[in-house]
Ligand binder design. Structure first.
Ligand SMILES: Cc1cc2nc3c(=O)[nH]c(=O)nc-3n(C[C@H](O)[C@H](O)[C@H](O)COP(=O)(O)OP(=O)(O)OC[C@H]3O[C@@H](n4cnc5c(N)ncnc54)[C@H](O)[C@@H]3O)c2cc1C
Ligand code: FES
Length: 340
């Protein structure tokens, strides 16, 4: 141990190991520290450094601006310290902090949603009760596999946990899910985590923007908002490469018929033939459709490149940064160890 970290919201100090970042030490100690990408890109672990100093490793301007740094803010996932520090995570509006659980689950159903996305339904056996807010994710361990993050696609009120897992080229766990996972297998789920979740207090228009299996958390948010009687406009955009990558279209068309405040738009980036659908990139469609987004909120999920392209479009249309809630699906390979 090289230093002690006092966390304002946690009763006991935690130890920081050599080369360890504050977030990693906190999560290992069972602290429900808010986090997302763990790679300095999302801002979910933004914290106020109350005492001491940290070395801050590389991060994006979106996650932490120079102005915020000047105000004493740091990113827990990028912060290392040689001496004792005191820190507090930022309690944003409507921040969900549910009890952390370790659930023993079993695979209850497997559905082929597209040629490369599998719907995985898990029945919770023990370890509950489990609460989460729509849009959050958990750490999932399939038999004999490394642990990975996956976002819930279901609503809290539904009994089973549902995930949409895309088979990533060269990916270890997603290949196991696509080829070897079977109904009845045991699965461990830990969480919930993430702050890019549904903010119930906000009543303005919602942009729900999903790329590929990013539809999982976005579907959970849209269906939760509708179930809670949200009447304001909800614009759901789903970006896919080609026709064969579209899924749950029937479900969202039916929801849009039932709820006139929901619009549903599919945008294809690489159609293999003539199509009557919108084409281009998701951020281009949003840019074309909304001259101003003042007062609106966006929930964005999917590949990092899509999330990165979307953010400046939203900001340029006057959406406040604190109204952009993004979960980029970073892989372990995207998460380099923090080096200051
Ligand atoms: C907050 C969050 C939520 C997420 N939610 C979802 C979700 O709902 N659905 C979903 O499908 N995914 C989601 N993900 C992504 C998911 O966690 C996994 O990263 C994804 O499934 C790939 O895991 P894998 O084990 O198959 O790939 P990995 O084995 O981790 O490989 C990932 C990529 O890195 C490459 N790679 C592997 N090893 C190396 C190496 N040594 N050097 C260089 N490159 C390498 C692989 O070719 C592959 O392209 C989420 C991620 C985050 C951070
Ligand atoms: S910036 Fe720290 S978890 Fe994303």
């Amino acid at each position: 141990m090289v230093a002690t970290v006092r966390i304002r919201q946690w009763p006991t100090p935690i130890g920081l190991g050599p080369g360890q970042v504050v977030l990693e030490a906190a999560l290992n100690a069972g602290v429900p520290y808010p986090f997302g990408c763990q790679s300095g890109n999302c801002g979910a672990c933004k914290s106020l450094l109350i005492a001491g100093s940290v070395e801050l490793a590389e991060h994006s301007e979106f996650a932490l601006t120079d102005e915020e740094k000047a105000q004493g803010l740091v990113l827990a996932c990028r912060s290392m310290a040689d001496d004792d520090i005191e820190i507090a995570w930022i309690e944003g509006e409507d921040l969900a902090l549910h009890a952390q659980r370790r659930l023993d689950c079993r695979v209850a159903a497997l559905d082929r949603l597209t040629h490369d996305i599998t719907g995985v339904t898990l029945a919770i056996g023990s370890g509950g009760p489990f609460a989460f807010t729509a849009g959050q994710f958990v750490r999932v361990t399939f038999p004999g596999q490394k642990t990975r993050d996956y976002s819930m696609a279901n609503r809290l009120e539904e009994p089973n946990l549902v995930f949409h897992i895309r088979h990533m080229q060269g990916g270890a766990v997603s290949a196991f899910v696509a080829d070897e996972l079977e109904v009845g297998m045991p699965v461990v789920v830990e969480g919930p985590n993430g702050i890019a979740h549904f903010k119930e207090a906000h009543t303005g228009p919602i942009l729900a923007l999903a790329g590929g299996s990013g539809l999982a958390p976005v579907a959970s948010i849209v269906e939760t908002a509708l179930a809670k009687g949200r009447r304001g406009p909800i614009h759901l955009y789903f970006g896919a490469r080609d026709e064969r990558d579209i899924y749950l279209e029937g479900r969202f068309r039916a929801l849009a018929e039932k709820h006139p405040n929901l619009s549903y738009t599919v945008v294809l980036s690489q159609p293999s033939g003539p199509t009557s659908r919108r084409t281009g990139f998701l951020h281009e469609a949003v840019a074309a459709d909304f001259p101003s987004l003042d007062g609106a909120k966006a929930y964005v999920a999917g590949p990092p490149v899509m999330v990165d392209a979307m953010t400046p479009v939203l900001v340029a249309r006057k959406m406040r940064r604190e109204d952009i809630h993004a979960d980029a699906f970073y892989t372990e390979a995207d998460k380099p160890k923090a080096t200051a």
